[in-house]
Design a protein around this ligand. Structure first.
Ligand code: CP
Ligand code: NVA
Length: 324
C-alpha cells in the first residue's frame, strides 16, 4: 500500500514555511505530499483500474463526502461516479455546510459518518485545516493554490499519449509548455511534472508568474514571459482560463494583459507537428484558446477529462483502502 505524505502547511510564515517530511498521512492536499515513487504508483494503479471492468467492489461499504464551495462538472461527476463504480457511495453537500460552523467541526463530524472527504474551496488553508481536524482522508478538489487531482490526471494523460505515440516512457527530452496564468492548475502541474521527469516551460505575462514555492528542486522548470519560447518545439501545449473562479471581476483587465498568450493556430505552428493540446476545462473559448485549436485533432482535452475519473478512482483506492 502506498503511503501518502502530507506536509505541514499551517505555518505563520507562509504556505511552506514549516515543512515536516515523511510524516505518514492520510490526505491528498498538495502534490507536494507525494514522492516520485508515490506518483508513479498512482499512475500505475490508474492504468490497472482503467483496464478493468468499470464496476468493482474495491470500496464496498465506503462513503465519500463531497463539499463544493465553487461550481464543478468534471470533479463532482468523476468523484460521484468513481465512488459508485468502486462499489461505494458519495454524499454531495452544499457549500452552506462550511459556512454554518467551523471547518474543523465539519471535519470532526463527517469523520464519524464517512470514509473520506473531498473539499473544493477558495483558501488552500481551509483544506489544510480540514485535513488536520479530520480523522479520515481529505482530498483537495481544487483550492486557489492547487488542483492536485487534475495534475495527476494530466501527467497520466501525457504518459498514455507517450505510450500511444511510441515516445520514451520517462519523458526524457519531452517539452511540456504551459502558457497562460500561473495559477492553481499551473502550480500542481509544476509539481507533477517535476515528479515525473517532464521538462516544463511556463510562459505568463509579467506579474502572473507562478508562486516561487512551486519551483520544485526535483524538476526542470523554466519560467518566461514569452509564449513563443514556450511553444517552440513543444510536445505538449497546455493552458487554463485566464480568469479563475472567484476572479470574475478581473476578467476584462486580465483579457487585455493576456492577449498575446492565446493558444491559436499561429502559436501552435511552432510546436512539434504531433504535439498535443491540453486544457483542464472548463475553457473560455475565444480567450485562452481558439475553437480551431481546442477542436483540432491534436486536442486531447476530453481524454484528459475522462482520465480524471480513472485517476481519482486510483487515489480513492489508495486513500480509502481499496488498492488490493
Ligand atoms: N477541471 C476541473 O476541475 O473541472 P471542473 O471545474 O468542472 O470540476
Ligand atoms: N484555474 C481554474 C481551474 C478550474 C478547473 C479555476 O480555479 O477556476
Amino acid at each position: 500500500m502506498v503511503k501518502l505524505y502530507h506536509k505541514e502547511l499551517l505555518s505563520a510564515s507562509g504556505f511552506f514555511g514549516e515543512i515536516c517530511y515523511n510524516i505518514p498521512m492520510k490526505d491528498l492536499v498538495s502534490i507536494h505530499d507525494l514522492s516520485r515513487q508515490e506518483v508513479s504508483d498512482i499512475l500505475d494503479l490508474t492504468a490497472k483500474i482503467k483496464a478493468e471492468p468499470l464496476n468493482s467492489e474495491r470500496l464496498k461499504g465506503k462513503s465519500l463526502a463531497l463539499i463544493f464551495e465553487k461550481p464543478s462538472n468534471r470533479t463532482r461527476v468523476s468523484f460521484e461516479v468513481g465512488m459508485f463504480q468502486l462499489g461505494g457511495h458519495a454524499v454531495s453537500l452544499s457549500a452552506e455546510i462550511s459556512k454554518r460552523e467551523a471547518i474543523e467541526d465539519v471535519g470532526k463530524t463527517l469523520s464519524r459518518y464517512v470514509s473520506g472527504i473531498m473539499l473544493r474551496t477558495f483558501e488552500h488553508d481551509k483544506v489544510v485545516r480540514l485535513a488536520h481536524a479530520s480523522s479520515v482522508p481529505v482530498i483537495n478538489g481544487l483550492s486557489d493554490l492547487e488542483h492536485p487531482c487534475q495534475a495527476l490526471a494530466d501527467v497520466f494523460t501525457i504518459r498514455e499519449w507517450q505510450g500511444r505515440a511510441g515516445k520514451s516512457k520517462e519523458g526524457q527530452g519531452m517539452k511540456v509548455a504551459y502558457i497562460g496564468d500561473g495559477n492553481n492548475v499551473c502550480h500542481s502541474l509544476m509539481l507533477a511534472c517535476a515528479k515525473t521527469g517532464l521538462n516544463l516551460f511556463i510562459a505568463t505575462p509579467k506579474g502572473y508568474e507562478p508562486a516561487a514555492e512551486f519551483m520544485d528542486k526535483e524538476g526542470q522548470i523554466t519560467v518566461v514571459n514569452d509564449p513563443v519560447i514556450a511553444a517552440k518545439d513543444a510536445d505538449v501545449i497546455y493552458t487554463d482560463v485566464w480568469t479563475s473562479m472567484g476572479q470574475e471581476q478581473q476578467r476584462k483587465s486580465k483579457n487585455a494583459k493576456f492577449k498575446g498568450f492565446q493558444i491559436n493556430a499561429e502559436l501552435v505552428k511552432l510546436a512539434k507537428p504531433d504535439y498535443i493540446f491540453m486544457h483542464c476545462l472548463p475553457a473560455h473559448r475565444g480567450e485562452e484558446v481558439t475553437d480551431e485549436v481546442i477542436d483540432s485533432k491534436n486536442s486531447v482535452v476530453f481524454d484528459q477529462a475522462e482520465n480524471r475519473l480513472h485517476v481519482q478512482k486510483a487515489i480513492l483506492c489508495l486513500l480509502l483502502g481499496g488498492n488490493k
